[in-house]
Design a protein around this ligand. Structure first.
Ligand code: NAD
Ligand code: DAU
Length: 360
């Protein structure tokens, strides 16, 4: 028996795989297409681990997914794979429809066909976890209560709309065919291995190279930040004890404006890697044009997962931020290879022809 993790070479997926292999005995099969956001180096610590297999391929490839499910007797699928960056979805939404909607649909269809063949006991124990986002709920006013699991969907970006569509398909596969699904809606993650196009790693890397730190609009947009390790722990808990067919919101209870986030990042950098001229990185902050359709505020009510499953975040924003900055400072080679595109060359050499499996 094993679990199948889609998108396990990305930011959250790789953290999930590493934590899983450190904490559990069970095998992991990672299925990842290695798009620009997928980096096998994220999984380097488990490259030689006999309990891990990286398969390079598309979630939309039903034949491949079906084969992996059967060959490895998969007992749970944790579905992270997605196009995940809002700004890219504004410039080029089609890839988001292809992977997040069509890809999720085909993945579900392959999983359903496998699940229907399982003996009763294994069918009952099987789980499909859809890893979704708080962005499907749309935007909040300053006085609105945080998103609950019952908040109606109102996605505002092509990314959020594609994730909402995927969540609806997951729900439909549960209600119509009985597939044992669970859906999680999580707030903004930060931590090691996040691709430097998202706010925190983008500003961190630009700070170090002496560039401006771009803040969209007035910087007063609010997000609820959660350390990635806490998100991974929540998913493990939901997989172990969540009720089938349910939705669980996951959040850090940590609402911050974007400006405050970047200012705190600068303060941590000032401590851990002071600028050569002794001045603060805050001086590099610059306000730039806003994101079209920019959601003003997200906030998560995580009462359900706390009361039902006993999960709550372990990191404070400051402790998580210090860990994150320390990881990037200790892994500047990772960053250089990502920024220079060198890791893409390596991916092409290693996995280019015919999308091969790494280990057999
Ligand atoms: P990411 O962009 O870092 O990683 C996505 C991974 O999916 C990459 O490794 C990529 O190669 C892979 N992938 C893309 N298309 C694929 C395909 N067709 N087949 C197989 N693999 C494919 O994303 P992330 O930030 O780690 O997010 C992971 C999941 O969590 C996403 O579903 C996202 O919607 C959700 N989520 C993210 C956040 C956040 O703050 N980052 C918060 C809540 C939910
Ligand atoms: O809320 C969960 C979502 O968080 C996930 O579903 C997405 O996959 C993930 O990318 C993230 O989406 P955001 O759009 O919130 O993340 P991003 O890091 O792109 O932006 C965070 C905030 O910072 C947002 O309000 C936009 C702002 N921002 C972002 C960038 C890249 C800036 O002000 N400047 C920037 O350069």
């Amino acid at each position: 028996m094993a679990i199948l993790v889609t998108g396990g070479a990305g930011f959250i997926g790789s953290n999930f795989v590493l934590d899983w292999l450190a904490e559990r005995e069970e095998e992991v099969v990672t299925l990842d297409l290695l798009t620009y956001a997928g980096n096998p180096e994220n999984l380097a610590p488990v490259a030689e681990n006999p309990r891990h297999l990286l398969v390079v391929g598309d979630i939309a490839d039903e034949m491949l997914v079906g084969r992996l499910l059967r060959e490895h007797q998969i007992r749970a699928v944790i579905h992270f794979a997605a196009e995940s960056h809002v700004d890219r979805s504004i410039v080029g939404p089609e890839a988001f429809i292809q992977t997040n909607v069509v890809g999720t649909f085909r993945l579900l269809r392959a999983v359903l066909s496998y699940w229907q063949e399982l003996p009763l006991e294994k069918r009952q124990a099987f789980r499909f976890v859809q890893v979704s986002t708080d962005e499907v709920y749309g935007t909040l006013g300053p006085e609105d209560p945080p998103f609950r699991e019952s908040t109606p969907y109102a996605p505002n970006s092509p990314y959020a709309a594609s994730k909402a569509a995927a969540d609806h398909l997951v729900r439909a596969f549960h209600r119509t065919y009985g597939l044992p699904t669970l859906t999680t809606n999580c707030s903004n993650n930060y931590g090691p291995r996040q691709f430097p196009e998202k706010l925190i790693p983008l500003c961190l890397t630009r700070a170090l190279s002496g560039e401006t730190l771009p803040i969209y609009g007035d910087g007063q947009q609010i997000r609820d930040w959660l350390y990635v390790g806490d998100h991974c722990a929540a998913i493990r808990r939901i997989l172990d004890a969540g009720r089938v067919g349910e939705v669980y919101n996951i959040g850090g209870c940590n609402e911050q404006t974007n400006l405050a986030v970047v200012q705190q990042l600068c303060a941590v950098l000032d401590l851990l890697r002071p600028r050569a001229d002794g001045r603060s990185y805050r001086e590099q902050i610059a306000f730039v044009a806003d994101r079209p359709g920019h959601d003003r505020r997200y906030a998560i009510d995580a009462t359900k997962i706390r009361e039902e499953l006993g999960w709550q975040p372990r990191e404070t924003f400051l402790s998580g931020l210090k860990k994150t900055v320390a990881w990037y400072l200790e892994n500047e080679e990772w960053l250089h290879r990502v920024q220079s595109g060198a890791y893409r060359e390596w991916v092409e050499r290693q996995y280019g022809e015919g999308r091969i499996e790494k280990k057999e």
